[in-house]
Design a protein around this ligand. Structure first.
Ligand SMILES: [Zn+2]
Length: 151
């Protein structure tokens, strides 16, 4: 005689709200959006698969072209405004303009890229986008139900 087992009743998963503003702030500091202590990157712009401090899965991020777009938005306003202001005030030769503003443009882009990418990773984590809200979350009070396999 086969003994019947009763499956555990499935409970709906409760998702606690996340502090999106704190996650964005942590991301802009190039830190894990969840704990704020572990490094977000394993290389210059390579996001770590998991946080080295809390173990949060970070590989779900899909920032794609958002970070370069954001950097271009910021840098173009600074550089174009600066070049135009310099032309109005001083009107230097073209080589002087390029010698000043080309390194500033490259430097601003290199400095801002990890910050803006961290902003978008933090935003995605805070809004549970792209898989950041899937799977068991240690912060949730109820563990995800375990589905029993039919025999
Ligand atoms: Zn962390």
């Amino acid at each position: 005689m086969q003994q019947q087992t009763h499956p555990t009743p499935l409970r709906p998963k409760v998702e606690l709200p996340r502090d999106t503003l704190a996650a964005v702030r942590n991301g802009m500091r190039c830190k894990c959006p969840k704990c704020g202590t572990g490094s977000l990157y394993r290389a210059y712009l390579k996001v770590a698969d998991t946080c080295p401090s809390c173990g949060e899965a970070l590989h779900y991020q899909r920032t794609d072209d958002a970070a370069p777009w954001g950097v271009m938005l910021i840098v173009c306003h600074i550089v174009v405004g600066g070049v135009l202001a310099m032309e109005q005030a001083w009107a230097p030769d073209l080589w002087v303009t390029l010698a000043i503003w080309f390194p500033i443009t490259i430097g601003l882009c290199l400095v801002l890229l990890p910050i803006v990418k961290g902003l978008f990773v933090g935003l995605q984590w805070g809004l549970r986008m792209h898989g950041f809200g899937q799977g068991p979350d240690p912060a949730d009070p109820q563990p995800a139900p375990v589905a029993s396999r039919p025999q």
